[in-house]
Ligand binder design. Structure first.
Ligand SMILES: Cc1cc2nc3c(=O)[nH]c(=O)nc-3n(C[C@H](O)[C@H](O)[C@H](O)COP(=O)(O)OP(=O)(O)OC[C@H]3O[C@@H](n4cnc5c(N)ncnc54)[C@H](O)[C@@H]3O)c2cc1C
Length: 368
């Protein structure tokens, strides 16, 4: 079979490109090796009626009017602004760290232990906060998350959080629009792909001979797998998810949807999710029972379990070598979180996909 544009992967990157090309009147087809569309933002309903984000909690947020308008074409959103807690010495306290917590436990008279250009996460964190705070909130959390000691991790991981000297509890207070699709992410993705031919349970790399493209192939799977790992395997971290259903639980088990468990002593999981919190409150209150999910980081071998690209120089260099090869291919575009070996928030993934589809359309016009 031959189509104009063949899109491998029905996650946000593939689906947005498919939608925008189809809207422009182009012939597209999407294939995905999973048994559902939507990639990692997929969600499903538990028997209790509680909606679970299959591959980990997804909080949608953006400050872009255009991205917000775009996603609202496919569903309405209810407001949800994530606010997280961390279990510290058996007390649930705010994450990101509140200035008042530092003042209460350390005082006001402290100076950063590290100054200068940090070479790793530990040095970067010690330039921002007292050692005792770093050890309680950051060090072991990251050691569990990445499976190596904090002084082996890139300093720029520290840019993913801040200290809230004003005690602002929301995870992303600056994002203008925040929410969760009213009928769920799975439905939003189905709507995005409406009237576009989609084949699920189809692994493109194992079936290349069955399908090809006249104009372009857009591959949103792992870049190293595309090249059959011939330069070596990129390292990822994934999370095993242990679900606990408490059918008789009245109300909620924890005060927020996400409670972090940042110490080794607290067990191997890094966080516990209570999904009911992420539903509209009027629906959540009508559901009896609750579902808790513990997330335990591990290093996956199976590319279907890849979640977070590993933040170190060795893997960045290996990716760069694959990227050079990818960029030299004709009519093949390798993109998305797995194709670019980068963590992208959903709005960033949408923006990049829109950019690529714009380039594809402009390119096709030029060559006509
Ligand atoms: C644990 C976790 C939590 C997150 N939470 C948030 C959040 O709260 N807020 C936020 O904004 N972002 C969040 N994200 C980021 C979000 O998941 C990504 O932005 C989004 O998934 C990127 O979409 P994608 O299409 O690039 O990749 P994916 O969604 O991974 O899609 C790639 C698709 O390609 C398919 N595929 C791969 N190889 C093949 C092949 N050979 N043949 C056929 N199909 C193939 C896969 O099956 C998959 O469906 C989170 C990410 C993770 C890992």
């Amino acid at each position: 079979m031959k189509v104009d544009y063949l899109i491998i992967g029905s996650g946000l990157t593939g689906a947005v490109i498919a939608r925008l090309l189809a809207d422009a009147g182009r012939e597209v087809m999407v294939v995905d090796r999973r048994n559902h569309v939507g990639g990692n933002v997929h969600d499903h309903a538990h028997i209790s009626g509680i909606r679970i984000h299959t591959y980990g909690p997804h909080y949608f947020r953006t400050s872009s009017e255009r991205i917000w308008d775009f996603v609202n074409r496919f569903d309405t959103f209810y407001k949800y602004e994530a606010a997280l807690l961390s279990d510290i010495d058996s007390e649930l306290v705010q994450w990101p760290i509140a200035g008042s917590y530092i003042r209460r436990t350390i005082g006001v008279d402290w100076k950063p232990e590290f100054t200068g250009n940090p070479r790793n996460l530990e040095e970067a964190a010690l330039s921002l906060m007292p050692r005792r705070i770093y050890e309680k909130f950051v060090k072991e959390y990251n050691e569990k998350q990445w499976g190596v000691s904090a002084n082996q991790l890139n300093a720029d991981l520290c840019t993913r959080f801040d200290i809230r000297y004003d005690d602002e509890p929301r995870l992303k207070p600056l994002a203008k629009y925040q929410g969760i699709p009213s009928s769920g992410y799975a439905n939003l993705m189905l709507n995005m792909l409406d009237k576009i031919p989609v084949l699920v349970n189809f692994d493109y790399l194992k079936n290349k001979n069955l399908i090809s493209a006249k104009k372009a192939i857009i591959f949103t799977g792992p870049i190293d797998e595309f090249f059959d790992y011939d330069l070596g395997k990129l390292k990822y971290r994934g999370q095993k998810r242990e679900h606990i259903y408490l059918p008789d639980s009245a109300g909620f088990q924890q005060p927020t949807g996400q409670v972090n468990n940042p110490t080794h002593a607290g067990g191997p999981h890094i966080r516990t999710l209570e999904w009911k919190h992420m539903m509209p409150v009027e629906i959540a209150l009508k559901i009896s029972g609750t579902v808790l999910t513990k997330e335990i980081p591990f290093t996956p071998d199976d590319s279907g379990d890849y979640e977070y690209p590993f933040p170190d120089a060795t893997n960045t260099k290996l990716y760069d070598r694959y990227r050079t090869r990818a960029d030299s291919l004709e009519k093949v575009y390798i993109c998305g979180r797995l194709g670019e070996y980068r963590y992208y928030d959903m709005d960033q993934a949408i923006a990049r996909a829109a950019l690529l589809s714009g380039n594809l359309l402009a390119c096709a016009d030029l060559l006509q």
